[in-house]
Design a protein around this ligand. Structure first.
Ligand code: FAD
Length: 386
């Protein structure tokens, strides 16, 4: 006899989403989080493409702002402006979003354990240990974020890397609320700097990078206007996608950032993680019905089938841009502008999947104009991954 059918470690957006789906299917679910205030502190730019509504209902009050485009600046400030007529992304009240997803899981019947740090996950016996108790279940889903020790325990020999992310929330003078600003800085590559308009006078200014904390923090300060005021400052980690990472062992699964389910080029994890929480819950349901944990391995297989191709292409793009100089970027941005690529990007660009855009750039021949900078071998790599 187990204490619960399902134990979820971590009540971030992905753990709460998985818990909700499992409780909704009628299983007894317990969710553990070491925090006592879910979602706090904010550690996210909170921007998601409108594709999120394909799988999640977003209450209006969670949406702070709706953006239609991005102004992307090269190191020497050449502008590439991509936009659509309609909204392309939502800027979320991410703290409230986490609370909403958590409450939704509780309303579906999940039992909460707050201020409860999980000290160990026993993947042989499907149990967890907190400071004062041991709990057993038939499935454990670990959604404990990028530094989960269970993730490392499941992948002892894997070099599990992350980007550093820093973000300030700023009080700023009036800003353009329709567009996100992205800045390419050589020191940050393959990461970049973002300015997300939350309201007329509130902005999330952040970046992710492999560079040192000091370099990154200096860049952020330089990107501020003289009269901007920092209201909050947070640092976090963005795990790097690694196709060799195991995400299932016996009856324990990893989801969300614990599984490094995150888009390589943008560092966005909310949509991928939420899709994978749904997939994992479907396979967990089958596992519990058939008492056959091969269904959990299907979760791992389907995850790879769905994302390996796209993420590999994104990683190829990243490895190319990592080596470009400021001049290379300016040359590329100028070429892209000259050939109206902003229009192609506006039509085929998608925050979540970038292979349709890459295919279109190859098809239209524009990518060959960038050949001197990209190089034939590298272009072949992109080509092969499409
Ligand atoms: C600065 C920054 C900006 C970002 N911007 C975006 C963005 O704009 N759009 C986007 O899509 N993604 C963004 N991301 C990524 C996104 O935040 C993550 O992909 C997302 O939070 C993953 O959710 P999760 O539930 O897997 O993990 P988390 O949100 O990290 O939640 C993990 C939870 O587990 C709990 N926990 C951890 N260890 C234990 C333990 N031992 N016991 C009990 N509880 C534990 C934690 O308290 C936490 O509540 C950003 C990330 C950073 C760092």
């Amino acid at each position: 006899m187990t204490d619960y059918d399902v134990i979820v470690v971590g009540a971030g957006p992905i753990g709460s989403t998985y818990a909700y789906h499992m409780a909704n299917k009628g299983y007894s679910v317990a969710i553990f989080d070491m925090k006592n205030r879910i979602g706090e502190p904010l550690q996210c730019a909170g921007i998601v493409s409108t594709n999120i509504t394909l799988t999640e209902r977003l209450p209006e009050e969670i949406i702070y702002n709706k953006v239609k485009g991005a102004k992307i600046y090269s190191p020497n400030k050449t502008l590439l402006y991509v936009k659509k007529e309609e909204t392309v992304a939502y800027v979320l009240d991410r703290v409230y979003y986490d609370k909403y997803l958590f409450q939704r899981a509780l309303d579906a019947g999940t039992t909460p354990y707050l201020s409860s740090r999980v000290l160990d996950v026993d993947m042989e016996n499907t149990s967890i240990k907190t400071i004062d108790n041991t709990y057993t279940s038939k499935i454990i889903a670990v959604a404990a974020g990028p530094v989960s020790s269970t993730s490392r325990k499941m992948n002892p020999d894997l070099n599990d890397e992350s980007f550093t992310a820093i973000q300030y929330t700023l009080d700023t003078k009036k800003q353009d609320t329709q567009n996100v600003i992205l800045e390419v800085h050589n020191e940050l590559l393959p990461g970049f700097l973002w300015k997300i308009p939350v309201t007329d006078t509130k902005q999330r200014l952040g970046l992710f990078t492999d560079a040192s904390y000091k370099t990154a923090d200096n860049l952020l300060r330089n990107a501020m206007n003289d009269d901007d005021i920092i209201i909050e400052k947070h640092t976090g980690l963005i795990p790097k996608y690694n196709k060799d990472k195991k995400i299932v062992y016996n009856n324990t699964i990893l989801i969300g950032d614990s599984a490094s389910q995150i888009k390589p080029t943008t560092g966005g994890g909310l949509i991928v993680g939420s899709n994978m929480a749904r997939l994992a819950s479907d396979k967990s349901d089958l596992m519990l019905k058939d008492n056959d944990n091969n269904h959990l391995l299907e979760y791992e297989r389907e995850y790879h089938k769905r994302y390996d191709h796209e993420f590999k292409a994104q990683q190829n793009v990243q490895s190319i841009i990592r080596e470009l100089s400021d001049d290379d970027f300016d040359y590329m941005f100028e070429q892209l502008q000259e050939h109206d690529v902003d229009k192609i990007i506006s039509e085929y660009g998608d925050m979540d999947t970038q292979t349709p855009l890459l295919k279109q750039l190859v098809k239209s021949g524009i990518i060959f104009k960038l050949l001197p900078k990209i190089g034939v071998r590298r272009l072949k790599n992109i080509w092969k991954s499409l």
